[in-house]
Ligand binder design. Structure first.
Ligand SMILES: Cc1ncc(COP(=O)(O)O)c(C=O)c1O
Length: 417
């Protein structure tokens, strides 16, 4: 094809057409919200929507039980607490993730320990998990990052050998499958997020998936200020949170769920179609798709930038050029999670709890964390967001055309003229 002058330097952009808007809604959400409004049952304690959603989403996600909560962070906190994680325990989390994966451990007074990822997949590396184990390790929290299932065979095997619980951070996992089975309830429990950017959303919201009845009961109580189903209203059994989902969220999510399967399949198929085209350009390295990744939710489509192949053009410059062509790609996390000030400055309040807790009795220095795979990945990952993959195959070709144009213009881009 004729390549033309880069839009960054004044040429015509490959694409001016808008990408699909997110979130998607129609009159079904409007009617569902109106129903809740008019029913005057706005809390789950008064209306049926949240419970209906719990049943429907748990079933969709191949899980026996489902507990809706206020957000994905709450889902992880509650899951860890229900699994018995407490002060003095260590929880292994990947260094490449959103802060909630680690902060959930801290919120239940446990210590997050950062394991490296495999830069070929973006997911936690079981070898690094093994190397991070101590006699304090109580739980592993793999993240199915971007929607691609983590290596659950190896992680479950490590957990079995060391008597650990596995809590999946399935906050990107709506509809993702591991060996054909939906993620989230493969370990003891898993947390899901319905925050605004997520593939299924009620603005904020979260969900706990589990196949274990006892864990489900504990999670229900922990989001409901320690109440137990069937017991008197003012009887509280444990210290817990009010992390209840509202009927507004339940109503919207019931409608969003109707679209989820079709949208998930579309995102997945579009991502495979796009990848076939992108892998022809030496400026990219595609991630390895392990046999257990049978479908990704494509919350984030990730690919790695190859600066050497681009003759030294930096990733930032490349992305500027791609953005100017009408492709909103970006670089994601700028550094591993442990390089955030909260960790490097050990900013944990006046008492330094839980690090200073006598039940722990160890010292942690996050400034010494070293996860080379994560450092590498932060330096070369390129992200494309889920809503772009709701467009058509022809739109995927625009992405490939824009990449081709930037690739062909690499010498100009390097010279900056
Ligand atoms: C990997 C991961 N874990 C946990 C969360 C927390 O979810 P929420 O924002 O709903 O609390 C997010 C959300 O961005 C996430 O991306």
């Amino acid at each position: 094809m004729a390549v033309g002058e880069l839009a960054l330097l004044g040429g015509e952009p490959v694409r001016t057409k808008a990408w699909p808007e997110w979130p998607v809604y129609d009159e079904r959400e409007m009617n569902a919200l109106k129903d809740v409004l008019e029913s005057r049952a706005w809390s789950r304690s008064y209306g049926p929507k949240v419970q209906q959603f719990e049943e429907a989403f748990a079933k969709y996600q191949d899980s026996l039980y489902g507990i809706a909560v206020a957000n994905g962070t709450a889902a992880l906190e509650i899951s860890l607490k229900a699994a018995g994680v407490e002060a003095g325990d260590e929880v292994i989390v990947p260094a490449y993730t959103f802060i909630a994966t680690a902060s959930a451990a801290l919120q239940v007074n446990a210590i997050p320990i950062f394991a490296d990822i495999d830069p070929d997949t973006g997911n936690i590396d079981p070898r690094s998990v093994e190397a991070s184990l101590t006699d304090k390790t109580k739980a592993l929290v793999p993240v199915h990052f971007g929607g691609r299932a983590a290596d659950m065979d190896s992680l479950l095997e490590i957990a079995r050998r060391h008597n650990l619980v596995v809590i999946e951070d399935a906050c990107h996992g709506w509809g993702s499958t591991w060996r054909g089975r939906k993620v989230g309830a493969i370990g003891l429990a898993g947390g899901v997020s319905f925050q605004q950017s997520k593939n299924m959303t009620s603005g904020e919201g979260g969900f706990i998936l589990t196949n274990d009845a006892e864990t489900a009961g504990k999670c229900y109580s922990l989001q409901h200020i320690g109440r137990i189903e069937g017991r008197p209203f003012y009887e509280h059994h444990v210290i817990a949170w009010n992390y209840r989902m509202t009927e507004w969220q339940g109503a919207i999510l019931l409608v969003q769920l109707e679209r989820l399967e079709e949208q998930t399949q579309k995102r997945w198929e579009n991502s495979l179609f796009l990848e076939e085209r992108l892998k022809q350009f030496p400026c990219f390295r595609v991630l390895r798709t392990d046999p257990w990744v049978t479908r990704s939710s494509v919350h984030v489509y990730m690919i790695r930038y190859n600066e050497a192949a681009m003759e030294g053009v930096s990733r930032d410059k490349f992305l500027q050029a791609l953005n100017a062509e009408g492709i909103p790609a970006w670089s994601g996390y700028p550094h591993p999670l442990y390089r955030n000030p909260v960790f490097t400055e050990m900013n944990f309040g006046r008492t330094g709890h839980p690090f200073t807790c006598s039940l722990y009795g160890r010292s942690v220095d996050y400034s010494k964390c070293d996860c080379p795979g994560t450092e590498q990945f932060c330096g070369d990952a390129v992200w494309l967001y889920q809503s772009m993959f709701l467009a058509d195959q022809e739109d995927m070709l625009d992405i490939a055309r824009a990449v081709e144009k930037v690739w062909e213009n690499r010498a100009t881009l390097r010279g900056g003229t």
